[in-house]
Ligand binder design. Structure first.
Ligand code: SF4
Length: 514
C-alpha cells in the first residue's frame, strides 16, 4: 500500500490538488494507494472536540465555542455568502476556537496558520525537533489514533507528504517523526511546492536524512513513478482523482474543484518571481485535454466552482473554455494583456462561467513595472479593468510594495492608480516585497539575512532608494489602506479564505448562481 498525506495547516476550502493528481496517475495504472486529507480531518477533529478552557470566558470566546457546530454547518451553506458581515463573524469565530485550543500547546493555530512560540518552520533543527517530539504537536490527538487506525495491520512501502506551505511544515515533520517511530521500515517521500522551493531555491544540503528517504521537486508524477519502481507514465498528464476525498466536508458552499492546466508560467520573465528564479519550466496540458478533464471531473464531482491553479491561465485555454468549457463558474490567475481589453472576448469568458480573475498588477508606476519586466502597460491595465467590469467579471488585484525600483513616489502612483480604478476592482491583495535568495536581482544589491533559518527562501536587502520594509509598512498602514477608496475595497475581502472564497462574493449575479 502507498499512502499520500496532505498535512495541516492549509486553508480547508477545497481538496489538495497535488495528491489528487498522483492518485489519478496511480489509479489509472491500477496501483493500490490511499490518500488522506489530514489537514481537513485534523481541523474538523479539533473544531468538533476541543473544550473551552476554564477562565477563558470573554464574550468572543464563549460565543465562538457555543456556536461552533452551527458555524461549521453554515459556512457550507450558500445563504451565508449573501451576508458578508455574518460570514466574517463565522470565519473569525471558527478561527477563535482553534486559537484558544492551541494555546496550551504553545502554538497559535488558525484556519490557515500554525505558529509555535519556539519552533520555526524556517529552521531545519526545529523541524527535526518536531519530528523527535510529535506528541507536542497540536494535531497529535488527531493524527496518532487516525494513522494508527489507518495503518492497522499494514506496513506501507511508501508514505508521501505533500508540503506546500510553511504553515504545514511543523505538522508534516511531527507526523513523519511519529511514523518513523512506528514503522521504521517505511520509506518517506516529501514533495510539494515548499519542498520544490527548498530544492531549487536554496543552497540545499539535505538536513533531514534518517527522516525523509526521498525528496520530490515539481509536479512529481515521473519522479514518484521511478521511486516506486513502476514504469514512467506514458501520458503527459493524468486527470486528478478526487473520489477518495471527503468532498462534502470542505468549508465552502459546495465542492470547489481545483485543476491545474499547466506547471510553470508562460511569461516567466518577472524579475522577482520564484517561478523564474527557481527555473521552473512551463509545461502546459493541451487545452483540449484540459477541457476534456474538466468535463469528466464535472460529471464525477458536481462542482460549485472550478479553481484553475495555473500561475497564469493562458489566453488559449481561456478561448477553449469560452468555446466548450464545462459551464461551471470558474476563476484563476491571468496576466493582464490586450486580450482582456476586448469586450467580446471578456463577455464570452463570462458566459463560460468566469466569475473572477486574479491579476498580478504589482504596481501603478510604469517605470517599476518595466524594471520588473512585468510586460504590463498601464494603459492596457486600465482598459482591462474597465472591460472586465463591463463584462461582469470581478478583478482581484495583487500589489507588491517595496521592490528595488520603487520609492514612496512610485508607491503613491500605485495608490493613485487604484483609487482611480476603484469601481473596477473587486478585491485587493497587498504584499511587501521579499527577495528570493536565488533571484538574479539580489546579486546587484547589498543583501543581509533577516529571516533566521537555513531554510529561508528570501533574503533581506538594503533598498537602493532607502525604501526599506519599515517605511514600506508604515506607508501601507498609514496612507494606502486609509484612502477611502482603498479601504472600501479591502473591507470586502473575505478574512482568512481571501481569494478562495472571494468568487462567492464577486457579483450579485454570481451569488444568484449558487
Ligand atoms: S506572470 Fe506571475 S507567475 Fe509569471 S513570471 Fe510573472 S509573476 Fe511569475
Amino acid at each position: 500500500m502507498i499512502l499520500f498525506i496532505h498535512p495541516p495547516v492549509a486553508k480547508p476550502a477545497e481538496p489538495p490538488a497535488g495528491i489528487a493528481r498522483l492518485s489519478g496517475m496511480l489509479g489509472s495504472r491500477g496501483i493500490k494507494h490511499r490518500v488522506l486529507d489530514a489537514n481537513l480531518e485534523g481541523l474538523l477533529h479539533i473544531l468538533g472536540s476541543s473544550r473551552r478552557q476554564p477562565g477563558r470566558d470573554d464574550a468572543w470566546t464563549v460565543r465562538a465555542f457555543r456556536r461552533r457546530d452551527q458555524n461549521l454547518s453554515s459556512i457550507k451553506t450558500p445563504v451565508l455568502y449573501r451576508h458578508l458581515g455574518r460570514y466574517k463573524r463565522t470565519v473569525m469565530d471558527l478561527a477563535r476556537v482553534l486559537e484558544i485550543s492551541s494555546e496550551s500547546y504553545g502554538a497559535d493555530v488558525g484556519l490557515a496558520n500554525y505558529q509555535h512560540e519556539a519552533l520555526s518552520p524556517l529552521r531545519s533543527g526545529d523541524l527535526i525537533f518536531a519530528a523527535e517530539r510529535p506528541e507536542i504537536n497540536f494535531f497529535y490527538p488527531y493524527f496518532r489514533p487516525r494513522l494508527t487506525e489507518l495503518l492497522n495491520g499494514h506496513q506501507p512501502g511508501f508514505i508521501g507528504f505533500s508540503l506546500n506551505y510553511l504553515s504545514q511544515a511543523l505538522c508534516t515533520f511531527a507526523m513523519i517523526g511519529f511514523l518513523k517511530r512506528r514503522l521504521p521500515g517505511t520509506n518517506i517521500l516529501l514533495g510539494g511546492g515548499l519542498v520544490t522551493s527548498w530544492l531549487k531555491g536554496t543552497a540545499w544540503n539535505n538536513p533531514f536524512s534518517g527522516l525523509v528517504d526521498y525528496f520530490v521537486a515539481g509536479p512529481g508524477e515521473y519522479e514518484v513513478s521511478s521511486i516506486l519502481g513502476i514504469e514512467r507514465p506514458e501520458e503527459a498528464s493524468y486527470t486528478p482523482d478526487y473520489r477518495a476525498m471527503p468532498r462534502s466536508d470542505y468549508l465552502s458552499p459546495g465542492f470547489i474543484l481545483p485543476y491545474s492546466a499547466a506547471s510553470g508560467c508562460y511569461w516567466n520573465r518577472c524579475g522577482f518571481c520564484p517561478e523564474k528564479a527557481e527555473g521552473n519550466a512551463y509545461i502546459p496540458i493541451p487545452a483540449g485535454t484540459a477541457i476534456s478533464d474538466l468535463n469528466s471531473l464535472k460529471e464525477q464531482t458536481a462542482p460549485t466552482l472550478i479553481h484553475l491553479l495555473d500561475s497564469s491561465v493562458s489566453p488559449s485555454l481561456m478561448e477553449a473554455l469560452s468555446e466548450k468549457g464545462p459551464g461551471v463558474p470558474w476563476y484563476g490567475f491571468a496576466r493582464i494583456g490586450r486580450h482582456l481589453t476586448d469586450l467580446d472576448f471578456c463577455i464570452s469568458l463570462k458566459s463560460s462561467g468566469c466569475v473572477m480573475l486574479k491579476l498580478g498588477l504589482e504596481s501603478g508606476d510604469q517605470g517599476v513595472l518595466d524594471t520588473m519586466q512585468k510586460g504590463i502597460d498601464l494603459g492596457t491595465a486600465s482598459a482591462a479593468l474597465k472591460t472586465l467590469k463591463k463584462a461582469g467579471i470581478a478583478a482581484y488585484v495583487y500589489l507588491i510594495f517595496g521592490t528595488p525600483a520603487e520609492t514612496v513616489t512610485e508607491a503613491r502612483k500605485t495608490l493613485g492608480f487604484i483609487a482611480g480604478h476603484h469601481d473596477s476592482i473587486g478585491f485587493l491583495n497587498l504584499a511587501i516585497f521579499n527577495m528570493p535568495v536565488c533571484s538574479g536581482e539580489a546579486s546587484g544589491l547589498e543583501t543581509r539575512r533577516f529571516y533566521e533559518g537555513d531554510l529561508s527562501l528570501y533574503t533581506g536587502f538594503l533598498h537602493p532608494g532607502g525604501w526599506n520594509r519599515k517605511e514600506v509598512r508604515a506607508f501601507i498602514e498609514n496612507e494606502f489602506k486609509k484612502h477611502p477608496a482603498v479601504s472600501a475595497i479591502l473591507k470586502k475581502d473575505p478574512p482568512v479564505f481571501t481569494s478562495n472564497h472571494a468568487p462567492f462574493f464577486a457579483t450579485d449575479r454570481c451569488v444568484s448562481r449558487w
